[in-house]
Design a protein around this ligand. Structure first.
Ligand code: ZN
Length: 485
């Protein structure tokens, strides 16, 4: 009897393993579809100098609007007009405050237009960190085959890259069939009021875009474990944001005779409960498509796991949740940020509060997260107060023309690139533009390495010259293909 049982267990395990192996073998990278096409012959040196020049305008978005320097913004706008005269004469320009909306009229007005967009404002340099920079942040220096300074990645390379690309097409007598809009925001870093006005303007004119392309992820290498190819996560969605205030209540009194649970202890218990029960982050929908695709390019061990999610789902979930960036891609994150207790060292607080900042995955809503927190915290001594927020965006189609054009343009310029639909962890102006677009994508066609990440809003922001030029070539192809059919 025992022997029979043992034998049948071995047979079952053997069968499971065979299935898992076959699935792993089938879960492998497809033949690379390298798109051989002629790419634009860009004057890299001139373009590089132009990006460097654009960085010298201190178009800083300060949290305190009093510090806004109209001179710098006007300077940038005049510089753009002088540097890109063909761009400016081929298009109609509408200014909304300091945000610029350009319209490049297509020959077929029956086709829905497309929109390419970026922002030319930048975040300030943290006072006191200037000396850590290898090159001055607003000097626009080119050294070691890199262009240095605030905005080199976020997002003057995008704005200047688009003007370079369109200028190249104009000089080569290109005429768009489908109307192309360019919108360059002036205050993305503080909410994007300019982009909101542009969106309103388009709406009033009855414009509904076929698709829009804004800043977002970059072509990258070395971000996904075990993948040694270029990966392009083309963001089809953007996370939302919300704050909740957790208020723990107690009697208070003198700190010399504390009860077992003070308001602070009650608050701490609530926070630990939330840590132990995060919002679900299972691989489904967009996350599943993204990791299914990327994992095909991983070594056997990873492929074995991803190809057999029916068997290893739990293990994979906990593995992915342990890396902050990947965790942020697959779930709504929970981050306690601001704490408050007593006002004096010997006074027990009557209330202790924690502000929790959530970044919403499209599968969750402000309401569902609030409900989750109330259920998990579940105590009469704790109150959960909603402080408002912004829902996650809708999810754009990765089967649609815009997505296909972006990914095929990338492979023409970069060769083999693994394009996958991604999710934007930070916010972009597309939260406004997407209101007038059938599909919205958030992606910069420049390539970066993991060590470049500290440059975003941090120190030593810089872009490799080759990467900038490759991005311009990609924009040329995107505009060409996007406006031709
Ligand atoms: Zn940006």
């Amino acid at each position: 009897m025992l022997k029979k049982l043992l034998l049948s267990s071995i047979v079952i395990i053997g069968a499971l393993l065979s299935i898992a192996f076959i699935r792993t073998l089938m879960h492998s990278a497809p033949e690379p579809t390298v798109n051989v096409g002629i790419t634009a012959d860009i004057d890299g040196e001139a373009a590089t100098n132009n990006l460097a020049a654009s960085i010298r305008f201190k178009t800083i978005s300060h949290q305190d609007k009093e510090n806004f320097s109209s001179q710098e913004f006007e300077g940038f706008i005049k510089w753009a007009a002088d540097t890109y005269p063909e761009f400016h004469s081929a298009m109609q320009l509408e200014m909304l405050e300091y945000s610029l909306l350009f319209k490049w009229e297509g020959s077929d007005s029956s086709l829905a237009p497309i929109l390419l967009t970026g922002h030319y404002d930048v975040v300030p340099v943290i006072p006191g960190t200037e000396s850590i920079w290898k090159e001055e942040p607003f000097a626009g220096v080119i050294s070691n085959n890199r262009i240095w300074g605030r905005g080199a990645l976020d997002d003057k390379s995008g704005v200047v890259g688009m003007m370079e690309a369109a200028t190249y097409l104009i000089k080569n007598n290109f005429q768009p069939t489908r109307t192309v809009y360019f919108s360059f925001g002036h205050d993305e870093e503080i909410g994007g009021g300019g982009a909101a006005q542009v969106t309103e303007k388009l709406k009033q004119e009855g414009v509904q875009l076929q698709w829009s392309l804004d800043e977002g992820s970059f072509v990258n290498k070395g971000f996904f474990p075990g993948v040694d190819k270029l990966v392009a996560p083309i963001n089809v969605a953007e996370k939302g944001i919300m704050n909740l205030l957790i208020v723990a209540k107690a009697k208070g009194g003198h700190s010399s005779t504390p009860p077992k649970k003070t308001a602070v202890n009650i608050l701490a218990d609530a926070l630990i409960k939330l840590e132990n029960e995060p919002l679900p982050g299972t691989l489904e929908g967009l996350s599943a498509v993204m990791f299914d695709e990327v994992s095909k390019h991983m070594p056997f061990g990873y492929r074995f796991l991803f190809a057999n999610r029916w068997l290893f789902g739990g293990l994979l979930d906990s593995q992915m949740s342990s890396t902050p960036v990947i965790n942020a891609m697959i779930r709504t994150t929970t981050a306690p940020t601001m704490l408050n207790g007593s006002v004096k060292s010997n006074v027990l607080p009557i209330e202790a509060t924690a502000l929790i900042n959530f970044r919403l995955h499209p599968r969750d809503s402000i309401e569902s997260v609030t409900e989750h927190v109330r259920r998990v915290v579940g105590s009469d001594l704790v109150e959960v107060q909603a402080l408002g927020g912004m829902e996650a965006s809708g999810v754009s189609s990765w089967e649609s023309p815009g997505y296909k054009i972006i990914s095929s343009s990338l492979s023409k310029v970069y060769g083999e690139v693994v394009s996958v639909p991604g999710i934007m962890i930070a916010a972009s102006d597309t939260r406004h533009y997407s209101k007038v677009a059938d599909n919205s994508f958030r992606f910069n066609p420049f390539s970066i390495l993991p060590e470049d990440m500290t440059g975003f809003h941090g120190t030593n922001e810089s872009i490799a010259v080759d990467s900038f030029v490759a991005g311009i070539k990609t924009y040329v192809d995107i505009i060409n293909e996007g406006s031709s059919n």
